[in-house]
Design a protein around this ligand. Structure first.
Ligand code: F6R
Length: 243
């Protein structure tokens, strides 16, 4: 595992964005694994800047998002489909038909999960971007006695709904269920870039990266990945014993 800490948000965002742009430059038809939440917003802004400045095209690239809320249409401004359109897809030249998110409005969620897994199987992710939940979740893989390998529907923990309530007008508007890629699928990515900011995540960063590998801290399973890069701001990394 390669852990890098940064003094400023700009430096972290630039570094993370550059990893993805390098990937596209080396392999234009790369498959990108993408995330939502607050963590990637600056990274997407930087990717757009680099794409424009250096004429690096996303036209052949493919993307898969980690997760989506159950019950929200892509036109709902709280859906992850809406978020991706707003923060990235509408501002680069990626083809709409090359971008994938689980369909949280599918009538048959099980069939939707199988469809998503089949697409991931056919187009394995080259580089996966991840944020980290306060409870150690990655995607919406919540701490549990066991974890699912593939894409599945999940009931969100109350702490996750509370953490995400800031994006909704009230707590009861926060969806209770989501579809998420499983930890098994996440670990199949060729490379993983985990990005974490803020003092409030310092303890979970330490637990995930240096604690025992356990399903009660889903991110701890990332320790088993051969190409894991962890990008932290000083605050998120402050409990780690870094040289
Ligand atoms: C988002 C996702 C989540 C977030 C995590 C951190 O697609 O899968 O695991 O990465 O909840 O969220 P933020 O970045 O908002 O702190």
């Amino acid at each position: 595992m390669n852990i890098i800490t940064f003094d400023s948000q700009q430096e972290l965002d630039s570094y993370a964005a550059q990893l993805f742009l390098n990937q596209i430059e080396t392999k234009p038809d790369s498959v990108l694994g993408l995330a939502t939440g607050s963590t990637p917003i600056g990274i997407y802004d930087k990717m757009i800047e680099l794409h424009e400045q250096n004429n690096i095209s996303f036209a052949s690239a493919v993307s898969f998002n980690l997760d989506e809320y159950v019950g929200l249409l892509p036109s709902n401004d709280q859906s992850y489909a809406y978020y991706m359109e707003k923060h990235l897809f509408s501002r680069i030249d990626i083809r709409k038909e090359h971008t994938h998110l689980p369909d949280g409005t599918a009538v048959d969620l099980e069939a939707e999960c199988a469809r998503y897994d089949a697409m991931l199987e056919a187009q394995p992710v080259d580089i996966q971007l991840l944020g980290l939940g306060h409870n150690g979740h990655i995607g919406f893989n919540e701490p549990d006695a066991g974890l699912s390998g593939g894409t599945h529907a999940v009931e969100l923990k109350s702490e996750t709904r509370e953490a995400n309530a800031r994006f909704f007008s009230s707590m009861d508007k926060v969806p209770r269920y989501a579809i998420t890629m499983g930890v098994g699928s996440i670990l199949k990515a060729g490379a993983i870039v985990l990005v974490v900011r803020g003092a409030d995540k310092a303890a979970i960063v330490k637990e995930a990266l240096t604690g025992p590998i356990t399903t009660s801290v889903p991110a701890s399973l990332l320790q088993t990945h051969a190409r894991l890069t962890v990008l932290l701001d000083r605050e998120a990394g402050r409990m780690l014993d870094l040289k």
